[in-house]
Every structure is written in structure tokens, then in C-alpha cells.
Design a protein around this ligand. Structure first.
Ligand code: PAF
Length: 286
């Protein structure tokens, strides 16, 4: 497995592989790998013959009061895990290599970025779409795999790729969960094990809503009140949003149908301060 730091080296590496007729598939990550990341790497290996994983904690997608400094990192452990997977190269640049002095370009998906996470994280998605565009230009993959836990990110990247005619196939991969239902996330490392129940309030809220919908409840106002009561019944939780949205437009809906997703973002007391967790899922069986 090759490890590359400089964008120019990564570009040359990819160009050589493409000239050999290889099909490159990119897994963009911010590191601190867990089973969710490893399953993205395995999915990528099914879609092509050359898997590249990018590992970059992108500073521009964090707002001033967010968790850039405390975002978990362990490069050597990540490399040990990636070496056991079908990964041909890891692209791990530093911020100064990605954002040269004078950098001033931004890629922004206007409407979709205003919903859900966009309300409380106003700079986040412009940071994501800009760095993902850069990663696509550097790695030049035929396809890229993203986790569905960040389903708004996935919708925004699909929109961006369609709008800008970027020749990369975007593949979503289902959420990977712990045995108790917690959606896997690098940020889980900052959770307080003594307060695990609070972290589970998101996945159990999803289950609750699915059970109520199966009983015939369709009004999202009523389901929303149940979700809020449920999550607030756990000590140390603060809801950022609990929204019933259309899976394509991300617009709020009043009644649940087959396309409705319950999207959740909840701050949970962690080892040192709050940890912001997200989760989502279709309300009705598909
Ligand atoms: O989902 C993530 O880990 C990040 O937002 C991404 C796509 C790697 C961009 O920094």
C-alpha cells in the first residue's frame, strides 16, 4: 500500500494507473477508521480494481466553535487497518499542501446546503464540496463511495457532480451500526461510556418512529413530538434537529410516505464536552 502526501504525487500516481487501464475508486475519509470505513473500502474494491483512500481532516468544513481540535486522529493505527484491506494507496495530505497560500475558491451547492446540518453548521457543506472537488481532481477516480450516515452530504455531492458534469460515479453505502444500534462514527471515540444510553437515543428514536408508523401514525408533527420526548428522556441530550424530510429534496414533509427520512442531530455529553451525533433512516420499510 502506497502512502502519498503531495497532491502532485497523487495525481501522477493516479494518471499512471489510469494509463494502465486501472479503474480507480476513491473512499474519502477523515480517518480514525472503524468498521464503517472498512466496509466502504471493501465496497470500493467491488466497484473497481484500484482503491484509493483519502485521509484528511479538512479544516474548512469545521466552524469556529466546532470540534476540529478534538476530532480523533491516529494515523499509524489507521494505516495498520488499511493495510489489511484491499487498498492500493492512501492519500494523506497536510492542510498546507491542500490549501496553498492565496487559496480563495469555493464550491457551494446552494439550496441543499441550507437544510438540516446546514442550519447549525453554516460553513460546513461548502468546505465539504470544495475539498471533495479537489480530491476528485487529485485522485481522478471513476467512482467514489460515501457513507449514508451523512445522507445530506451524499445528496449534496450527488447534486454537485450532476450540476458540474464531474465524471465520477457516486455510490452510497448503508450505515454500519454497533451491536446495540449506535451508528458507527469516528466521533464515538469522544463519547463517555457511562453515558452510552444517551448516544443510543438516536437509533432508538428511529425504531420508535418506525413502530408508530407501522401502527398507522403518519403525521410528522405527532411523530416529531414523540421523538423529542424520547430523546429528551435521556440525561445529557440536546436536540439540534429531528426532522422528517423528503429523501431527495431534503424539504420537511407533513405526512410520512415511502420517501420520508427521519434525520437526527443530537448533542450528547461526552468525555470532554458535548459530542454531536447524527443518524437517519427511512421511516417506512422499503
Ligand atoms: O464524510 C467525511 O468524512 C468528510 O466530510 C469528507 C467527505 C471526507 C470530506 O472531508
Amino acid at each position: 500500500m502506497d502512502i502519498l502526501q503531495k497532491p502532485s504525487e497523487m495525481q501522477a500516481w493516479s494518471k499512471a494507473r489510469s494509463q494502465e487501464g486501472r479503474r480507480i475508486v476513491l473512499v474519502p475519509t477523515m480517518g480514525f477508521f472503524h468498521q464503517g470505513h472498512l466496509s466502504l473500502m471493501r465496497r470500493a474494491a467491488e466497484l473497481g480494481d484500484t482503491v484509493v483512500v483519502s485521509l484528511f481532516v479538512n479544516p474548512t468544513q469545521f466552524g469556529p466553535n466546532e470540534d476540529l481540535a478534538s476530532y480523533p486522529r491516529n494515523f499509524e493505527h489507521d494505516m495498520d487497518l488499511a493495510r489489511k484491506e484491499p487498498v492500493a494507496a492512501v492519500f494523506a495530505p497536510t492542510p498546507d499542501l491542500m490549501y496553498l497560500a492565496g487559496f480563495q475558491t469555493e464550491v457551494r451547492v446552494k439550496q441543499l446546503s441550507t437544510h438540516l446540518c446546514g442550519r447549525s453548521r453554516p460553513v460546513h457543506f461548502a468546505g465539504v464540496t470544495t475539498v471533495v472537488t479537489k480530491l476528485f481532481n487529485i485522485v481522478q477516480p471513476a467512482a467514489a463511495v460515501f457513507g449514508e450516515k451523512d445522507f445530506q452530504q451524499l445528496a449534496i455531492i450527488r447534486r454537485m457532480v450532476a450540476d458540474l458534469n464531474i465524471p465520477v460515479r457516486i455510490v452510497g453505502h448503508p450505515i454500519v451500526r454497533e451491536a446495540d444500534g449506535l451508528a458507527m462514527s469516528s466521533r464515538n471515540a469522544n463519547l463517555d461510556p457511562a453515558n452510552r444510553a444517551a448516544a443510543l437515543s438516536l437509533s432508538s428514536a428511529l425504531q420508535l418512529v418506525r413502530a408508530e408508523a407501522a401502527r398507522g401514525v403518519r403525521a410528522t408533527a405527532e411523530l416529531g413530538r414523540m421523538v423529542e420526548r424520547h430523546i429528551h428522556s435521556f440525561v445529557g441530550t440536546a436536540i439540534d434537529y429531528a426532522s422528517f424530510v423528503d429523501g431527495d429534496s431534503l424539504e420537511a414533509v407533513e405526512a410520512v410516505d415511502e420517501r420520508t427520512i427521519l434525520a437526527l442531530a443530537v448533542h450528547v455529553d461526552g468525555k470532554a464536552g458535548k459530542v454531536r451525533l447524527i443518524d437517519n433512516g427511512f421511516v417506512l420499510p422499503r
